[in-house]
Design a protein around this ligand. Structure first.
Ligand SMILES: [Zn+2]
Length: 185
């Protein structure tokens, strides 16, 4: 069986292996060697991922639970403006002791490697349709301009001309009433 080389997200668990009830907590701060995520937004290479993890020794293996923090960046899905935001996820997974059954996550000699676990949790939590702001109006379908950048005058001109005529009519002052009542002696 292939034994991957311990990576930046590997945590030594030698002191709690096969000692159910033992527990310890560890913090990691790892600059990413490569980009994580393939969507409109992703975690860039060099972005730091911070992990707070609690490792508990149980009969079947090591239970890892914790929180991962980072920042994602990319483009607004509507107007392509750059977007950037923090991301925080919780995770929990049992790293089983190697045995007859194949497990997705296993204790490897004296360590557990949290990389796949943390990576999947973070990448799956990234927004599929990121927006620069909740009401981003996107791009003009004809000109490709950002609608949010257009001055107010443009949107006023788009009012239906018939409605514009009505608005002018109703704002004219009413005439004639004063003269009628005041002319009789
Ligand atoms: Zn936008």
């Amino acid at each position: 069986m292939r034994t991957p080389r311990p990576g930046a997200f590997s945590v030594l668990v030698r002191d709690i292996v096969r000692r159910p009830g033992e527990m310890r907590e560890t913090e990691l701060d790892v600059p990413l060697p490569e980009r994580w995520g393939e969507g409109l937004v992703s975690l860039d290479a060099g972005e730091h991922v911070q992990v707070d993890v609690r490792l508990e020794s149980v009969h079947e293996g090591i239970l890892a639970s914790g929180t991962a923090f980072s920042n994602y960046s990319g483009e607004c899905g509507r107007c392509l403006r750059p977007v950037e935001a923090p991301v925080e996820v919780e995770f929990q997974e049992l790293f089983a002791y190697p045995g007859d059954e194949a497990n997705d996550f296993e204790v490897q000699d004296d360590h557990v490697d949290l990389e796949t676990l943390v990576r999947d949790a973070l990448v799956l939590s990234l927004p599929f349709q990121p927006v620069c702001r909740p009401d981003c109006p996107g791009l003009d379908p004809d000109t490709g301009e950002r609608l949010a950048d257009l001055p107010d005058e443009e949107s006023r001109q788009s009012i239906d001309p018939r409605w514009a005529a009505l608005a002018r009519f109703s704002s004219e002052p009413a005439e004639g009433t004063d003269d009628v009542s005041g002319s009789q002696t």
